[in-house]
Design a protein around this ligand. Structure first.
Ligand SMILES: Cc1cc2nc3c(=O)[nH]c(=O)nc-3n(C[C@H](O)[C@H](O)[C@H](O)COP(=O)(O)OP(=O)(O)OC[C@H]3O[C@@H](n4cnc5c(N)ncnc54)[C@H](O)[C@@H]3O)c2cc1C
Length: 404
């Protein structure tokens, strides 16, 4: 059936209103120059559940500081070799619950007559003859810019056909409550690698928010998802073995799959601007996305304020970080070195600050060299060279198509 096209004009349409959409919206709404903009927000669900928890590190108070649910000043890293306390100063490791962001966005927009929320499924976002539009529940809506965070079938197909790494970070988390105080709410377990490594890099986060409450997350970096009940068994065994904990109440669950890939997500198609994971803002080697969303949505808003196209151009240094990410994926996918040993070497040899800056794509070349020095050259150098070669080959292949 053909969609019944009804024209509707907006300045901005948000196709998908999750972390990236809301972060961008909140930035836009606080800019005096953008106050009068007519905005349509479309999401397939009404965002009434706490469907994920975001953790990230930050030096100062950030844009969403009022939503921070908990923060830690110190972290700890465990491997079977050693436990390493991580002094993360000047950073703090912070947690935001998604429901707080969703509720906040609803509250902020309640009195904004120019902002409309719509619950509908977007099936396409297109730029055609200079016009950007989305199709949602069969209806066409046009706008000057579409900010899209939906991964459509066409994007999934391009991803499947691409000869790229298709690693996944998958995890299940429980928020548990105990009767006895057993957690230290000032210290979070960043990565506990003492668990079995038979299925690739496997570790657990323990994020206590009080002495009796913590989010415990069992995480894998590999290509194969587990049966949902398998994560539960692993979580139960972990809590028993390492926390001597058998009696607890599960108050919340979270399950997530984050792509770890060197696939080049298209940043925009004309005035359809892809944002968030759909825009390739997820760090390929770590899955961290939250802070990239914060930085990039701020940059997009500043472009809108200056009446420039809200398109983020890659910096020269970004190509280096892409190479580092692809190199790590190369090493992990080809099992040249275990994730457990790589992270152990990093955390035992480098200051957390240097590692965080590296993971934020903010490190200097000197800091990059320090990081590269922490891992075995004989493994990482050939992996890096093979990634450079693969990338040049891909580019040459692509340019052949442009020429002919
Ligand atoms: C459980 C979980 C925990 C995570 N924790 C962290 C973390 O601690 N730190 C970190 O840095 N990153 C984390 N991430 C990665 C990343 O930060 C999140 O996935 C983040 O939400 C990505 O933002 P986004 O806007 O791209 O996608 P989303 O937040 O998923 O937003 C996309 C929106 O599009 C909507 N949508 C999808 N399809 C359609 C459609 N066809 N039509 C209309 N609407 C649609 C969805 O309902 C959703 O609201 C986590 C991811 C998950 C899944």
């Amino acid at each position: 059936m053909q969609p019944s096209f009804t024209r509707s004009e907006y300045d901005y349409i948000f196709s998908g209103v999750g972390c990236a959409g809301i972060s961008l919206l909140l930035h836009i709404l606080q800019e005096p120059e953008l106050q009068g903009k007519k905005i349509l927000l479309i999401d397939s669900v009404n965002k009434s559940e706490n469907d994920r928890t975001w953790c990230y590190w930050e030096e100062t108070s950030g844009f969403l500081e009022n939503l921070v649910y908990h923060q830690w000043t110190s972290l700890v890293f465990h491997s079977d070799k050693k436990t390493i306390p991580l002094n993360i100063a000047p950073y703090k490791y912070k947690m935001i619950r998604s429901i707080d962001l969703y509720d906040y966005a609803r509250n902020v927009t309640q009195k904004r007559t120019k902002v409309t929320w719509k619950t509908a499924t977007v099936t396409n976002a297109v730029n055609e003859n200079g016009l950007a539009f989305v199709v949602a529940d069969g209806v066409k809506y046009t706008a000057q810019y579409i900010f899209n965070s939906v991964i459509f079938e066409k994007n999934k197909k391009a991803f499947e056909q691409d000869n790229c790494y298709k690693f996944l970070q998958h995890f299940k988390g429980w928020v548990i409550e105990t009767k006895q105080p057993i957690f230290n709410p000032n210290e979070a377990t960043f990565m506990d690698f003492r668990v079995g490594q038979e299925q690739g890099a496997t570790f657990v986060y323990v994020l206590p928010t009080s002495t009796t409450k913590a989010l415990v997350e069992y995480t894998f970096f590999n290509e194969t998802l587990l049966d949902k009940t398998a994560y539960d068994t692993l979580l139960k065994d972990y809590l028993k073995q390492y926390w001597n904990l058998e009696a607890f109440t599960i108050v919340e669950n979270e399950y997530g799959i984050i792509p770890m890939t060197n696939h080049r997500f298209q940043s925009n198609e004309g005035n359809v601007i892809n944002i968030g994971t759909a825009g390739g803002w997820t760090k390929a080697s770590s899955g961290f996305t939250f802070q990239f969303i914060q930085k990039k949505t701020y940059a997009l808003t500043q472009a809108l304020v200056k009446e420039k196209a809200p398109i983020i151009k890659k910096k020269f240094s970004d190509y280096f970080f892409d190479l580092y990410d692809a190199t790590l994926l190369n090493v992990l996918v080809n099992e040249k070195m275990s994730g457990k040993d790589i992270f152990y070497q990093l955390f035992s040899k480098q200051k957390p600050k240097t590692i965080f800056r590296f993971l934020d794509n903010e490190s200097s070349l000197r800091e990059d060299l320090k990081i590269l020095n922490s891992v075995p050259t004989l493994i990482f150098l050939p992996a890096a060279l093979s990634e450079i070669f693969a990338s040049v080959k891909k580019r040459l292949f692509a340019s052949r198509f442009i020429l002919f």
